[in-house]
Design a protein around this ligand. Sequence first.
Ligand code: BTN
Length: 256
Amino acid sequence: ELSRPDRRVGRELVCLDQVDSTNNEIKRRAVGEVPDGLTVVAGEQTGGRGRRGRSFVSPPGKGLYLSALLKPDCPLGEVPALTAWSAVAVCDAIEALCGVRPGIKWPNDVILEGRKLCGILTELELEAETAALRYVVVGIGVNISQTEADFGPEVAPVAISLAQALGRAPRRAEVARALLDSLDRLYAGFPQQREGWLARYRADCLTVGKPVRVLSGAGEREGTALGVEEDFSLRVAWKDGGEEVLSSGEVSVRGL
Ligand code: BTN
């Protein structure tokens, strides 16, 4: 039903009932020739992974757990933009399907009613010898019909599902189709349409103008987010003086 021979993202689509992590499954299937656009969707993840070593709650049938393999023709430095663009693509898909537009918490959490609706985990695979980019895995988890009990006491206060926010939930296949459409649009313009996507990201980004607490190797610091730079890093004015530009790999931002 979802097979898309005329598209790039999801041209080859694998649907599994259960997997450890759809990101892992992509990597297992990307031996030898790299299947550009390969997409894996699972009904349940037993080892769903989030950023910074965290896990991603992935109960059966409740969320969309999707990973796409992309092989963009761009310098390594442009790859972080793919994650940022993907967050905008998720907002597009949710808006098209549900009529509400979520926002983005920098760098790439998709937020509805102040809580996390979707997380994105991007992983890079490099050539062993040349360290050139082999491919990127963009892993996206959208909460569709989770209840408070599904999230558990730790996650529930900061997470939200479409069902909780809207009182109704679209079918997983509908969310998958809308997301594949918007990811395909993203990929068709990457990286040439960088200006347009940067503007769209900035318009969706909820973090700018807000107080932030930034956690890094150096500890926690407070400041205010001033804006998103051309390369999607975040400019912050520290409460105790000075400004700094933060890249997403280095820090975790609290607040919103
Ligand atoms: C985060 O919020 O820190 C990122 C969460 C990413 C979750 C998705 S679900 C599909 C893909 N497979 C994984 O193991 N993680 C991503």
